[in-house]
Design a protein around this ligand. Structure first.
Ligand SMILES: [Zn+2]
Ligand SMILES: [Zn+2]
Length: 745
């Protein structure tokens, strides 16, 4: 028997190996195997089994399967195939993100050895040791001196092979050897169980009934759950999962941000106990391996996690929930496979015959449109949970504010300052959002006006005051502020302007010196510990004010937070991307949802330079219906999703001219152009140079009127770009393909 094996490489090629007789039963399609490959042993995945082999050269043998249990079930294998085809990615690459090399279902926890002296020992034996085995004697003396347990590894200072020596001492009956498995600490990633007493209202009961009816059918079905912020979606999830478990099926819950997992996992732990697993990239390798092993064996029945949790090897999946489905973090765009976890969730649901719920307070235009087209059932929770009211929203016109105060770099308006003071007096909490980290995102030369840029990226450097360095947020290049001179005129008169989270923090500290302030952005949340402890402390009201980027805008539930301030609502509004306005609307709407979630009334202050912008206005009135109406009209006019299929092909390379001529050549040779296809570009990417590579893109739009299922566009991109790994053709340049890209910048 022979197996075709795929590897995580940029090529669609597979390799043939023979299957040793003793492994014939345990090696199937989808089995991970270790095989010899160019003088190394590596992992691959079996994509096909065949009786005969047409290849005439010498054939190597598979060494053995990697896992003891079946990891990739049939539906999961179908999913891997779908992802590979749909996102035009070699199957070996997809498989290796489903079953990463670092993870094994045969995980055994680390074992630590300890020793302790025995109470009664044969003294004669001991004195003999002195001459026959002086090293054993030495170690024994240390152990017997104290009535305590020693780590075996602690004797490394004394002898080179402590374990061997301790084993010999044990065999002589002089000491006790104790093995302990190192406990895994998950406390850093999970809140304490959070108990709530729930009484459902009429709308919630209706929603739960619809979901249960679907679960009872054991077939694929999907819902868009549109629930206003604070409408109790988590309670609905819990009820749905409870029913799914009662059918002896399992559930996956996807969350857009790692920062949201501890709180929601806490709620689930309180209800379901130890069968809840947490899955995201910030877990340590040991935690990941342990969790993954227990998912494989079925000890965990609920997996809660970020994007990659959609690939978890959970068996018999009855329910998949995608919370805040509109979030762009569900799209993995930095590496292959480039996929949208929400769309993958819907596909997994169809292979597993499960119920899929995509939920949001601000559904994406795609999902909203699909619900109008009856492709997905629309469920609505129009009321806030309990007696919580909608927050009162104030808009501050920052231009007018500047004219009135004469202060042109004012960051916190008078109104926002008054509101903060008012809430502090009442011992209520405040959340301030500035969607940019660092201190000053713009550093300019006073003499010639040149911006200080990263040489590798063509991006303005951001000043970080605590480190006194300028940092590139794309390639993490940094330079000391003291050494900085203008790259154009070599003078060192620099102006620091623009506002990042660090600057907001300092201003607030200066204005309210007695208040307790914490900040949450990529800089303070680098470790999982930092993130969870900040959120925990704010939740326990150890802080009055939480300052952060969009990380703090969504999903979190802080009942005592009654004021949300958006420092600059315009950030992103004028980006050259078809989703720019959708993003700004969502940010404002979601952020407003953090305010006044329980009995206390909430307020929101939005600072803007464009108070008459239709997006800001609709967001202010929390008028989501009107927003969808205007935005959908615009998308239809410009032929953007949801009215078209979109693919972006990005070219990157170190030499601008050569790259451009390559892309021209590709464009010139395009085959199979059809009616309804728009070709845009080549144009430089919005970030034209990153990490010393220039970047250009071709964009393809395929009208749904002519291409209802996107089949034409797939065929077109496949035919023209599938060989994107061809080194001869590309040289040092690279091509990346994005299907349904989340943005065009
Ligand atoms: Zn200058
Ligand atoms: Zn850079």
């Amino acid at each position: 028997m022979f197996a075709e094996v795929a590897f995580p490489i940029r090529s669609f090629q597979t390799f043939t190996y023979s299957i040793p007789a003793k492994h014939i039963l345990s090696i199937n399609v989808g089995t991970r195997v270790s095989v010899p490959f160019r003088n190394k042993v590596i992992q691959g995945i079996v994509v096909n089994i065949k009786k005969n082999n047409s290849y005439l050269g010498s054939i190597k043998r598979i060494i053995e399967p990697v896992d003891n249990v079946q990891v990739i079930t049939h539906p999961l294998w179908e999913l891997i195939n779908w992802v590979s085809k749909y996102y035009i990615t070699p199957i070996g690459k997809v498989a290796s993100s489903v079953v990463p090399k670092s993870l094994s279902s045969n995980y055994t926890p680390q074992i630590k050895n300890y020793v302790r002296a025995r109470k009664k020992v044969d003294l004669e034996k001991v004195s003999k040791l002195k001459h026959t085995a002086p090293k054993q004697y030495l170690v024994f003396k240390i152990i017997s001196k104290k009535n305590k347990t020693f780590k075996v590894s602690s004797f490394k200072k004394v002898v080179s092979n402590p374990l061997q020596i301790c084993i010999s001492l044990k065999e002589k009956g002089l000491i006790k050897l104790i093995k302990k498995t190192k406990p895994l600490d998950f406390n850093q990633s999970v809140f304490e169980p959070i108990f709530k007493n729930i009484v459902f209202n009429k709308e919630q009961k209706l929603v739960i009934d619809r979901i249960i009816i679907s679960l009872k059918k054991y077939n694929f079905y999907s819902f868009l759950l549109h629930g206003v912020t604070g409408s109790g979606k988590t309670e609905i999830y819990i009820e749905a999962v409870r029913y799914c478990l009662s059918q002896k099926r399992n559930a996956i819950i996807l969350l857009p941000e790692i920062s949201l997992t501890p709180q929601i996992a806490g709620r689930f732990r309180a209800v379901f106990g130890d069968i809840v697993a947490i899955w995201h990239s910030k877990l340590k390798v040991a935690q990941r391996s342990w969790t993954w092993g227990k998912i494989c064996t079925g000890d965990f029945k609920i997996v809660i996690g970020a994007r990659s949790a959609i690939f978890s090897p959970l068996k018999n999946v009855g329910l998949i929930i995608v919370d805040e489905e509109q979030e762009s973090s569900f799209y993995q765009d930095a590496k292959e496979p480039r996929y949208h976890a929400r769309d993958v969730a819907l596909m997994r649901g169809s292979f597993e015959k499960s119920t899929v719920i995509v939920a949001s307070a601000t559904p994406s235009l795609e999902s909203f449109y699909n619900s109008q087209q009856k492709k997905i059932e629309y469920l609505r929770l129009p009321k806030r949970f309990g007696n919580a009211k909608y927050p009162k929203v104030h808009i501050v016109d920052m231009l007018l504010n500047q004219e009135e105060t004469g202060n042109f770099d004012q960051v916190i308006s008078g109104l926002l300052q008054d509101k903060i003071e008012e809430k502090l007096k009442k011992n209520e909490q405040i959340i301030l959002i500035q969607n940019r980290r660092g201190f000053s995102p713009i550093v300019k030369c006073k003499d010639c006006g040149a911006l200080v840029m990263c040489n590798q990226c063509k991006i303005a450097l951001t000043y970080h005051k605590n480190k006194n360095r300028l940092v590139c947020h794309f390639c993490s290049f940094s330079i000391s502020n003291d050494m900085l001179i203008c790259q154009d005129c070599s003078k060192s008169n620099l102006i620091y302007s623009g506002t990042g989270t660090q600057k907001v923090e300092q201003l607030i500290r200066d204005t309210f010196p007695k208040s307790k302030i914490c900040r949450l952005d990529m800089d303070t949340s680098k470790s999982n510990l930092g993130l969870t402890s900040i959120l925990k402390s704010f939740s326990n009201q150890e802080f009055d004010i939480l300052i952060g980027t969009q990380m703090v805008a969504k999903g979190l539930d802080f009942p005592n937070a009654t004021l949300v301030g958006i420092i600059n609502a315009d950030l992103g509004l004028y980006l050259p991307d078809f989703r720019a306005t959708e993003r700004v609307f969502q940010l404002i709407y979601q952020a407003s949802g953090r305010s006044g979630r329980s009995t206390k009334e909430g307020e929101v202050v939005i600072q803007t330079y464009s108070p008459n912008n239709i997006v800001i206005k609709n967001a202010k009135n929390l008028n989501i219906a009107k927003f969808y109406k205007t935005e959908l009209l615009e998308r239809e006019e410009l032929n953007y999703p949801p009215y078209s299929w979109l693919a972006k092909v990005e070219f990157a390379g170190p030499n601008r001219l050569r790259l451009f001529s390559l892309i021209e050549k590709f464009k010139h040779n395009l085959k199979g152009v059809y009616t309804g296809l728009d070709i845009l570009g080549p144009a430089p990417c919005f970030l034209e140079k990153l990490k010393n590579n220039y970047r250009f893109q071709l964009v393809f739009k395929s009208k749904k009127r002519f291409d209802p299922n996107g089949v034409y566009l797939h065929r077109f991109v496949n035919e023209n770009f599938k060989n994107y790994n061809n080194k001869k053709l590309l040289g040092r340049n690279k091509i990346n393909i994005y299907f349904d890209p989340i943005s065009l910048i």
